[in-house]
Design a protein around this ligand. Structure first.
Ligand SMILES: Cc1cc2nc3c(=O)[nH]c(=O)nc-3n(C[C@H](O)[C@H](O)[C@H](O)COP(=O)(O)OP(=O)(O)OC[C@H]3O[C@@H](n4cnc5c(N)ncnc54)[C@H](O)[C@@H]3O)c2cc1C
Length: 379
């Protein structure tokens, strides 16, 4: 224990019923669900960053459940039933997030989503178009109506260069990621959850039926522990099957006469862009150098940034002079399975990770799932 903590500090601040490590979407919604279900619980979140520092405050704010080409790939590997199940979870996750914070609070705007196919990709485009009816049928019971449609009439109005086919999804929306995270943090605090920032957990052990959680400020203890550190989970649970993936993002300066509105997927979802405050936010490009981007280190690379800028100037905004205002990166957790990993890793230690780059959609559901697992284990 840190040398100058008073008796009062030691007895009041370091022991909890449940400790959550990580204040991303998953950690925050897990803590909120637990506290709302059992208000008597004493809950704390330990977060290594000054702000949440993984993916949740760095993402693109797509409220989406997958583009046609992505869903086709996922169906090939997981089968139709699993795909249906995961889309349902993504949809439910989004609904829970909207209900928890309100559409106004997160700036939820259902402007539609679009998958773009460039000249020379006719074979892929035709294949995706041929699957529209099948996918619409597969998920109609989840979303209520046909989601996908061929929307080539939109190409001209967006002003894209070299795009020959567009498939739209009328249910895709965008949110303000910053407002979402601020909303989750404020909600957690308002219901009595303690959040400690700049508090990196270096080790977790079990002593006398309690979890002992080591930080540079001393040891915390709890009956139950949820590890929601996503791509960084291996530092605490080395055997968890996830692979990190860095996502690089840029935002332009404001563009006058910007015609682009909505969320856009390009190159099988490896690139994504959207409008925000008369600017374009563009990210992706992991596929250029998978090995280099399989990292938990934040940063940008010349090769990915060059590709993003080239896409911006030739395809997205061929008729505009654009300047880049800001660049950043975030780290995701991927795995072979579509489902997030939600398990009791060892007695009284739970983990929830691997939202596979779609945590805005499925993160709230994942947080709730791990909280339910904790509740079932007995508190
Ligand atoms: C660039 C980018 C764009 C994305 N775009 C979208 C999108 O448009 N739509 C979508 O649905 N999804 C998107 N995602 C994915 C989505 O953001 C993630 O799936 C989701 O945020 C994961 O949430 P999480 O809570 O599991 O993890 P995280 O948000 O990564 O949270 C984990 C937290 O744990 C903390 N932590 C780590 N180690 C420790 C430790 N030892 N001690 C204490 N704290 C620790 C980290 O600082 C972090 O705050 C994107 C991701 C990125 C990076």
């Amino acid at each position: 224990m840190g040398s100058n903590f008073s008796y009062w500090e030691q007895t009041s601040f370091f022991n909890y019923d449940v400790i959550v490590i990580g204040s991303g979407i998953v950690g925050l919604t897990a803590a909120i669900h637990l506290k709302k279900t059992s208000p008597y619980l004493n809950i704390a979140i330990l977060e290594k960053g000054f702000l949440p520092s993984g993916a949740s405050s760095k993402n693109a704010g797509f409220a989406c459940f997958g583009s046609v080409s992505e869903l086709i790939e996922q169906e090939k590997t997981a089968g139709s039933e699993s795909l249906h199940r995961i889309i349902e979870k993504r949809w439910k996750g989004l609904s829970k997030l909207r209900f928890l914070l309100s559409d106004k609070a997160i700036d939820y705007k259902c402007l539609g989503g679009y998958e773009l196919f460039k000249r020379g990709e006719d074979q892929l485009a035709n294949y995706c178009v041929s699957k529209i009816e099948h996918l619409n049928d597969l998920i109609k019971d989840v979303v209520g109506k046909d989601a996908f449609a061929l929307s080539n009439h939109k190409i001209k109005s967006f002003g894209f260069g070299g795009i020959t086919n567009i498939i739209s999804n009328q249910f895709e929306a965008q949110i303000d990621t910053g407002k979402m995270m601020l909303g989750l943090i404020k909600l957690a605090q308002s219901i009595g959850i303690m959040i400690f920032n700049n508090c990196t957990v270096s080790d977790v052990n079990e002593i006398g039926g309690q979890n002992l959680i080591t930080t540079e400020y001393g040891n915390f203890s709890s009956k139950k522990l949820i590890i929601a550190t996503n791509a960084f989970i291996k530092t605490l649970l080395p055997d968890v099957a996830i692979v990190p993936g860095r996502g690089q993002v840029l935002v332009t300066k404001p563009i006058s006469g910007l015609k682009i509105e909505g969320t856009f997927h390009y190159d099988k979802g490896y690139y994504y862009f959207r409008n925000i405050d008369n600017r374009i936010l563009l990210g992706g490009g992991r596929n250029i150098d998978f090995k280099a981007e399989e990292t938990t280190t934040f940063g940008q690379t010349k090769v990915v940034q060059h590709e993003l800028e080239s896409l911006l100037r030739t395809i997205i905004l061929p008729d505009h002079q654009v300047e880049i205002d800001l660049r950043w990166s975030g780290i995701m957790a991927f795995g072979k399975e579509l489902n997030p990993l939600v398990i009791e890793a060892r007695k009284n230690v739970f983990c929830a990770t691997r939202c596979n780059g779609m945590g805005v959609a499925i993160g709230s559901q994942t947080g709730e799932d791990v909280a339910e697992l904790v509740i079932k284990s007995g508190l």
